[in-house]
Design a protein around this ligand. Sequence first.
Ligand SMILES: [Mg+2]
Length: 406
Amino acid sequence: MPKLAQFRSASSLPAPAPSAASILHVDMDAFFVSVELLERPELRGKPVIVGGWPEDRGVVSAASYEARKFGIGSAMPLRTAARLCPAAVFLPVRHDLYVEYSDRIAAILERFSPVVEMASIDEAYLDLAGTERLHGPPLAAAQKLHHAIVRETGLPGSLGLASTRLAAKVASDQAKPHGLLWIPAGAEESFLAPLGVRRIPGIGKVTEAALASLGIRTVGQLAALSAEQLERRFGRWGEALYRKARGQDAYEFVVDAEPKSISHNRTFAADTSDRERLGSTLSWLCQKAGKRLRDAGLRARTVTLTLRYAGFQTVTRAKTLREPSSLDDVLLAELRALFDAHWTRKPLRLVGVALGGFTHAPPQPDLLDPARDEKRESLARAADRLRDRYGFGKIRLGGSLSDHEG
Ligand SMILES: [Mg+2]
């Protein structure tokens, strides 16, 4: 549970009015670039990129709004950025300097609330409930805080004030650059409705594509789907989507964001070449990864096996499946084949399993028995529900019983 929620349940402060808008999300604008511009004011208004030199192999850490107009964004290779905007000014990353400014901002935030949760180097959540006597109502406090940050650091930032973390985060994003957006309690759904689904934190390009295939592009369209429809299509992730579309926080659920990859490793206390033990470990890891896959409503197209021998020699082998799958036995068969083909019989220190190439697309039906895959999948989901209730270690496929405590 995030710190704010823990704080609220344990707090001795007077309880806020039901669903009052007191959660403030603060997000600095183009933070690394803005810090650099403090020392180089002559670069203001120019496309500036922090990350390294244009011919470096690295990626963009931050881009000014002027650079973003050329389609440049963080994580893009520097060389691509240089091609898109040859006139851009490139600067190396000075991480220590950004941490120093981050600490200064955190100190300002702490004057405004006893509950500050830094979510990253340039982003924080505050709960302003119960701070009225010091700073006035939440909106007035947020304005004071916004001015304090500019006055004391010279850095631009954007603020979102709302009754949930999710709405506050989307609001600060909509307020950029250097704005403050207040979503009164009760207005969360209408605020989110016209926005594209990707504006919702946790929705990535896989979910966006799956929703687009259903004709759903806006949060309002998403909110029109029933919880049952979403769960049928996305599994546990559907429950989270249902809440997110309404501006509610989803942290009590297993899944809060579309995963980028799913992997599980097992390091042995002593290196082992016991084939049976290795086989059961593989099955166990595959089931753990498979459950997370199904919880997220995903299917995987690639499986990856990692074998690390004594002496840290590491072998990684991947296989692409003909059709994406979320079924433990399908995934395990591929992993077993990789294991048999690549294990040299020498003692192993670690076995790892990773799933990737995610899709939400429904599986290709078994041509001979179209209902078969669906039946297997609903069986797997029934087993997952039992695992949620009784613990993972209690419900296992045959072949993984001889190892692990759960
Ligand atoms: Mg930021």
